[in-house]
Design a protein around this ligand. Structure first.
Ligand SMILES: Cc1ncc(COP(=O)(O)O)c(C=O)c1O
Ligand SMILES: [Zn+2]
Length: 412
């Protein structure tokens, strides 16, 4: 049984009784879940590794859920860890691994969070789960809520392209389009609505849901047979991934199941890089920025208000770093990833590959380091990021001559 010991404020140390609050009554920081895991043994770990259940729920004892019967799972987790030799050769990293989360049930990393989040909602008896999002989180919450028999409500700003919210709609979410801006009016209405209607919060302000991405750490240790990568690079927006991976690795360290943890790297788009800016300044505070347009739409977050500062601390504690990428670098990353490794990821997800290249070029990453790039969203989430010239798909006459002319090749 996953046992919650307490909820503690990471800023002022206040404790809260489990189930009563998500945020510190004094400073409003998102509380941190303290789990009882000291009793777990290496034998337990081996049993978890061998479990027939390949979802994140093999690691049940590390999640804040009381009963296994509350689990809402679509088979998320145990995503491939691919040794990408051709891509590694191209960027000069011999041991380049890709953690391919594009194959998760709704096509993005959000399923790690929402499987845990919605399971908790079900255990606590919530009827409605809410989220404000224009993409991956909306689809994921909607899918898990559908499987749980819980209603889902998604708030989006006016002007959001229908293609972004179609997937959530397909799973049966109620999509509310709000006349206003995401970070201001929509956020305000979302908060008031949670209070007014008592809906379950599926954002990173919910510490239970945030535990889900710890599964990256457990899976990687399992998949590498106890070895630990030197670097794990994560496309970063709100900071949950970096924060949760570090929490997961620290748990494994505290149990003595690993001897060291990887250095974590946050990869952001230059257009929305408040965590990189704070890291480079040596600051412990994140200054919100107005996010500019970027091809990496899914990580276009200028104010990582809930967990940004926790992610920043995790980068430093792990000895890692933070990198900002231009749209050109991101698109290049997306192309080489698809063409040299066979994985089609959305641009936001390809920031990890672009960051690996940049850090290798700068000499921060060595040729023989073990590097894992998290690939956090499927390319089909944003297919129009692929540039196709008008003539490329122009029909040819159905003749060999026309074909020869088109491809310009002789027989092999
Ligand atoms: C594709 C993709 N990658 C990465 C992230 C990063 O999220 P976080 O920093 O909260 O782990 C998100 C979500 O915002 C996303 O949709
Ligand atoms: Zn506090």
């Amino acid at each position: 049984m996953g046992l919650v010991k307490s909820l503690r404020c990471p800023k002022c140390g206040n404790e809260a009784v489990p189930r009563t609050a998500f945020q510190c009554a004094e400073c409003r920081s998102v509380l941190e879940i303290q789990l009882k895991i000291d009793h777990l043994t290496r034998g337990d770990f081996e049993a978890m590794r061998r479990s027939r259940d390949r979802s994140i729920w093999r690691w049940f004892d590390f999640f804040p859920l009381e009963k296994r019967s509350s689990i809402v799972s679509l088979g998320e987790g145990d995503t491939p860890l691919i040794h990408a030799r051709r891509l590694g050769e191209k960027i000069g990293v011999a041991n380049l691994y890709l953690k391919n989360d594009t194959v998760l049930p709704t096509g993005s990393l959000k399923d790690r969070s929402n499987s845990v989040g919605i399971s908790v909602a079900r255990e606590w008896g919530f009827k409605t789960a809410a989220v404000m999002s224009t993409g991956n989180a909306a689809a994921s919450v909607a899918a898990y809520a559908a499987a749980a028999g819980i209603e889902s409500i998604v708030m989006v700003p006016k002007g959001t392209a229908p293609s972004k919210i179609l997937q959530a709609q397909a799973y049966g979410a109620t999509v509310i389009v709000v006349d206003g801006d995401f970070d201001n009016e929509v956020a305000k209405l979302y908060k008031s609505a949670l209070n007014e209607f008592g809906w379950y919060d599926c954002l990173s302000s919910n510490p239970y849901r945030d535990e889900g991405k710890k599964s990256y750490a457990y899976e990687m240790v399992d998949q590498m047979d106890g070895r630990v990568p030197d670097w794990v690079i994560h496309p970063t927006a709100g900071g949950t991934g970096i924060y949760a991976m570090w929490k997961g690795y620290k748990e494994l360290l505290s149990l003595g199941w690993i001897e060291r943890a990887p250095k974590l790297v946050a990869a952001q788009s230059e257009a929305a890089a408040p965590i990189v800016a704070a890291f480079e300044k040596g600051s412990t505070k994140i200054e919100a920025v107005v996010a500019r347009e970027t091809i990496a739409e899914s990580i276009q977050v200028g104010n990582p208000v809930s967990l940004g500062w926790r992610a920043l601390a995790s980068l430093r504690e792990s000895g890692g770093t933070a990198v900002a990428l231009s749209d050109r670098e991101i698109l290049e990353g997306q192309v080489v990833l698809a063409r040299l490794a066979g994985v089609f990821a959305e641009p936001a997800a390809a920031t990890s590959v672009a960051a690996a290249k940049k850090l290798r070029d700068r000499g921060v990453i060595d040729r023989d380091d073990i590097v894992v790039c998290n690939l956090t969203g499927h390319g089909l989430k944003q297919p129009d990021s692929i540039q196709v010239s008008e003539t490329e798909f122009a029909p040819i006459a159905p003749t060999l001559n026309a074909l020869r002319e088109k491809i310009g090749r002789s027989p092999e």
